[in-house]
Design a protein around this ligand. Sequence first.
Ligand code: LLP
Length: 431
Amino acid sequence: MDQFTYRDGRLYCEGVPVSRIAEAVGTPVFIYSAATLRDHYAKIAEAFAELRPIICYSIKSCGNLHVIRLLAERGAGMDVVSGGELYRAVRAGFRQGGEYRPGKIVFAGVGKTDAEINEALDAGIGWFNIESEAELANLIAIAQRRGVTTRAALRVNPDVDPKTHRHTTTGKRETKFGVDLERARNVFNEFGRQPHVRLTGIHLHIGSPVNAIDAYTEAIARTLELIGDLRRDGFTIDTLDVGGGFRADYEGPGSPTARDYAARIVPLLRGQGLQVILEPGRTISANAGILLTRTVHVKQSGDKQFAIVDGSMTELIRPVLYDAYHFVWPAEPGPGFVPDTRWRGINFPGTRIVDVVGPVCETGDFLARERPLPPIRRGDLIAVFTAGAYGFVMASHYNARPNAAEVLVDGDDFRVIRRRETYADLTAEEE
Ligand code: LLP
């Protein structure tokens, strides 16, 4: 569920018509709903409450400081994958009840540099998620040199098929992420008993988004076997991080809910003596955001109609990169466009099949292809839905396009949480 609804033929985010934001801030603009972010976080927290998990929001999905802060205030930890994301997490004043909580940060990534490792040790993060023997050896050397102790979880590949896009499959045997279950035993034998990096956790992330809950249960069952073996061999394993990848609603409502995942996952982890960590990203942020664009021209090319909008692949690269489907609808279609129509399609008089494309000089610059849309005119606002995750964070400056603004709506109010970049921003590092 989200808080983007049509009322009397106008798209609202919570209590604010999105056209009001376009007038005040311009387009293209990302608009996030605070209530939706809070609601999605709360649903995960409630569903998994019995396990008392640490819910580390994956800030790669939508890392604006204000979004991070909003979730940290609800108790979220953070999943980071770079020095830059760590900086964001710390900069967000990552606190709960006013208290600084770096211990709820997990740091993953296959290529952590020495500088990043040092930054993470300085920050006092909770866990390094380790992807290889070489990385672990390096972390141990650095911790030893500094005379500090830290904690780590070994990322394993349980070799399950999450049935997702090939670019976002990670839990199979041959991937650059983590180590397979057999190798994991060797890693523990070699590195599991030294003082500077306490290797007491296992980390999983099988892909994203993951269509089948079975993929999780299978991966967790295989990992629990490994944990049993390691414990029998005398290793302390006190943490299991099951990663992210829970679904968002892209092509319609009805993705598994947090409760659906929990119903299958909680029974497996109950009573296992493990601190459970979850790393949800898109399931919190995707449906909490839209990309709002304005139509620059409408063009007929052969049988095709194109709506050329001021948003593009530089704001949302998912359609061309993953063949991702995002609903696009006019933001002010007029009365007759009923609240849940955006899922079912429409039958407006004058409906045309339209490609919604950006102005960038690439054939791959499209936001949606072959969609039935009501008549679109120059100046019409078009909303791209489910754009809160992996939208702004994957933006580029290609064609020297300044990055879009980001706006957070809360009830009847909205505020700019990232100002639109200017031309001067584009050249600032070159002057
Ligand atoms: N944990 C780890 C270790 C990850 O690698 C990821 C995502 C997550 C958590 C969060 O996954 P989520 O819950 O957001 O699905 N750019 C692609 C997605 C790449 C995901 C990378 N890792 C997209 O737009 O679909």
